[in-house]
Design a protein around this ligand. Sequence first.
Ligand code: AVJ
Length: 321
Amino acid sequence: PLTATEHSLPVFDYLVDRDFASDVLAGLSQQQKQLQPKYFYDQQGSRYFDQICALKEYYPYQTELALLPKVAQDLAQRFTGDSLIVEFGAGSLVKVKPLLQALPGIRQFVPIDISGEHLALACQQLQRDFPAVAVSPVVGDFCTTLTLPVMPLQHCIGFFPGSTIGNFTPAQARQFLCNARQTLGPDGWLLIGVDTKKSPVYLHQAYNDAAGITARFNRNILTRINRELDAAFRPETFEHYAFYNAGQSRVEMHLVSTEEQVVDVFGTAVAFSVGESIHTENSYKYSPDEFMQLAATAGWHTEQHWLADKKLFATYLLRSS
Ligand code: AVJ
């Protein structure tokens, strides 16, 4: 199956698809049905996510972006030599721009993302804007061990913005932080954006926007399963449901069946009762102390951190210790 496309991205897509099928079936066989949030990001899902970022309710995007020029200025004092940035879950490549602008020593940029076409388009644009930086995209799941095409440079800086780490449970987050430490090496650094704890009312608005974009983003995972895996979900019979679970310090997103129904998922009959949900995402929130503590248990020392206005978001500079 790889003959005609040996040198292009479908090699990766093929690997991701096999995992997708087995992960979907495994998730829908659980007592509490679930799907992994990484599967939101097909091309349409990545576009919906960009629309979420443009919403006034979705504060994490705007607040982190507003913080980055100051962060970048401070980093420019520290990292004067030739450096490399590895970004985990790079998406549309908006957030690395303030770093590339402020740090003239960045020679190479390695964005990793699961959404291949979306990443390829964003890279073309970025490479045009920053011709002096070697842009080397990697399409894949950053939770697995990936071989990175990196040049040996003085500083290796990981970048993990957007509070994407909030999709992991604290145990998985710790595991990710340990893996990242291995990947980035003994002199590695990690610049990471993490959402803070705040009023549940405020959180509720961010995940239940008035225009219904988040609902579309959530339901799109069913459309994707139908298209790529030959399933027969009727997305309109599932309601978007998002709430803050204070006991677990996380926003949960679900898709709730409004009917009693049986859905064919490539030959497997999946039954839903009225009101039964598929849990599609967790978005954990950490106080600065909690996050720095978690990072410490994974071998990272917090060198500096920056808090956005009203402590709505935090960015941490971690150093391998
Ligand atoms: C990209 C995982 C950080 O959890 O806030 C936005 C995804 N979900 N609205 C988040 C998301 C619903 C987002 N992350």
